[in-house]
Every structure is written in C-alpha cells, then in structure tokens.
Write a protein that binds this ligand. Structure first.
Ligand SMILES: NC(=O)c1ccc[n+]([C@@H]2O[C@H](COP(=O)([O-])OP(=O)(O)OC[C@H]3O[C@@H](n4cnc5c(N)ncnc54)[C@H](O)[C@@H]3O)[C@@H](O)[C@H]2O)c1
Length: 261
C-alpha cells in the first residue's frame, strides 16, 4: 500500500517505524505537516500543502495531526476517491463536519476508517448495537492538572482538589465541547454505540491517578460489558496514549493480512 500521512508528531513516528519495518507491505510516500514541521520523523519527504501530498497518488491517507487537519483536508481527499484513516476522531463531535465527510466519501467512492485509538471494546459495542443498546457510559479519570486549561474547569482551583472529584457529568457532545482534549474518546465511544447525545460521560479529577483511565460500560439485549483501560502515555507526547499509535498500526495490518482479526 502506498500511504500518505497528515502529521509529523508522536503518532506519525510510530506509524513510520512500523511501515519501515514492513516495507514489503507499506510505503509512506510523503507526510503533510504544518510550516513549523521542518524535519520529517520518517525516511520520506515532508510537504506543506495537500496537492503536494496527493501528487504521490496514495491508496490511503492517515490523519494523525489534529481535529483542524481533519476539517481542512479530509473531505477533499475523500472526494478524490482516496480512503482516509482518522485518529483525531473528536472532529466527529461536530455533526456538520461528520456529514460533510460522509458526503465526500460517498461522492468519491472512498472509505473513512476510524481505529479504536486509546480505547478498547469499540468492536463489541458496535456489534451489540445491532440489537439495540440501553445505555453506554464513559468515565475518564485523570490527575487534576491533566484537565487544566479546559473551558469546563474555568474558575475551578484544580490544585485544591485532594480527593477524587467529579468535574463533569453530561452527554458525550457536552463533554467534547467543555473538554476538547477528551473529545477523541467521548466521540469514539459515541460513534461506536448510541451517539453523541445518548452516551453519558463522567470526568473525574483524581490526585491519586498516575495514568489516564477510561472505564466504558454498556448494556442492552446482548448482555453487559465493562472495559477498563489504563494507557501509558507516548514517550514523545504525554497527552497521547501510545496505544492510539498502535491502533493505527493494527488497522493497517488488518488491511493487508489474509487472517483478519
Ligand atoms: N483517537 C484517540 O484515541 C487519540 C489518542 C491520542 C491522540 N489522538 C489524536 O491524534 C492526533 C495526533 O497526536 P500526536 O500525539 O501525534 O500529536 P503531535 O502533537 O505529536 O503531532 C501532531 C502533528 O500534526 C501536525 N499538524 C497539526 N495540525 C496540522 C494541520 N492542520 N495540517 C498538517 N499537519 C498538522 C503537527 O505539526 C505535528 O507534526 C491529535 O489530534 C490527538 O488528539 C487521538
């Protein structure tokens, strides 16, 4: 497969390493970065505009950049008939953007792949959805300072929190707006299950937490599930779980292996 990347950071570095180790299956033609990206994290050229990326005629473009990059580039790529894999899935919290991407994919006859990112169990939730789901919840627990800067904690003294404290309770859509940095996980659970307005989200500031913890629960006619993920941060970006990069690598392998798990 000939691949194009959008992004030149922590996740791109892992994808680049995997593709280099499996060069019989994958070739990264180029990566699109911001003007501030001057040196490629892989052995392929860095470009700074979409036409330069698409001039390599990739089979698939992997977005591992930002929600802004999804909004800026992915519809045009899909319209051109090229598949896209999107990791900044929080972009899907905006209905208009999601509808635009789906329209572009239909127009181009292309697919949008969304890897599970930092979460697990989205396969089971989306399978269970076939028979209907009664409830899906996400509870994310992080150290207090991990929430700083979010509009949802404006005026809250995070340093004064000495015991686990619920700082938000509401829908996935409200969570994505009030805590944009948590938007990826909220949107991913919502997309797999019962949508942005039905998925319940609780966010906790816990001084005893050392990793980012996501607890997903769901129940319906299929039964019940409870998935508890404690993901290690990427060595290159403390805000990103290393598992998110591995989920892209896994999604790529699924596209090229004959035994598809
Ligand atoms: N789905 C998930 O569970 C999950 C988990 C972790 C991270 N993410 C998302 O993955 C994305 C990448 O994470 P990372 O740790 O590699 O980030 P990073 O900051 O290490 O790297 C991002 C790269 O993308 C580039 N970039 C940003 N906006 C761009 C644009 N508009 N056009 C071109 N290039 C652009 C930056 O210059 C940088 O090179 C982020 O949006 C992050 O929120 C998703």
């Amino acid at each position: 497969m000939k691949l194009g990347l959008i992004g030149n950071g922590a996740i791109a570095r892992v994808v680049a390493g995997h593709c280099a180790a499996h060069s019989d299956r994958f070739e990264i033609a180029a990566a699109l970065g911001l003007e501030t990206d001057v040196e490629s994290v892989g052995a392929y050229p860095l470009v700074h505009d979409l036409p330069s990326l698409m001039s390599h005629h990739p089979d698939l473009v992997i977005e591992c950049a930002s929600q802004a990059a999804v909004a800026a580039h992915c519809a045009a790529i899909l319209k051109s008939g090229c598949d896209v894999m999107i990791i900044s899935v929080g972009a899907f919290a905006a209905d208009e953007l999601r509808q635009g991407l789906e329209r572009a994919a239909h127009q181009g006859g292309a697919k949008i792949y969304i890897p599970p990112g930092a979460l697990a169990g989205l396969d089971a939730i989306s399978a269970a959805r076939t028979d209907g789901l009664d409830e899906v919840t996400l509870r994310t627990r992080k150290p207090p300072k991990a929430w700083s800067g979010a509009p949802g904690v404006e005026g809250v003294d995070l340093d004064a929190i000495t015991e686990p404290t619920v700082i938000f309770s509401g829908t996935a859509r409200e969570a994505a707006q009030a805590f944009p940095k948590n938007a990826n996980v909220a949107a991913a659970v919502a997309l797999a299950g019962i949508g942005m307005d039905q998925t319940r989200v609780e966010l906790i500031a816990d001084p005893a937490a050392s990793r980012n913890n996501h607890l997903i629960t769901a129940h319906g006619p299929f039964g019940r599930l409870k998935i508890d993920v404690e993901a290690e941060p990427s060595p290159h970006n403390p805000k990103t779980s290393h598992l998110a990069a591995l989920s892209i690598v896994r999604a790529l392998d699924r596209l090229t292996e004959v035994l598809v798990l």
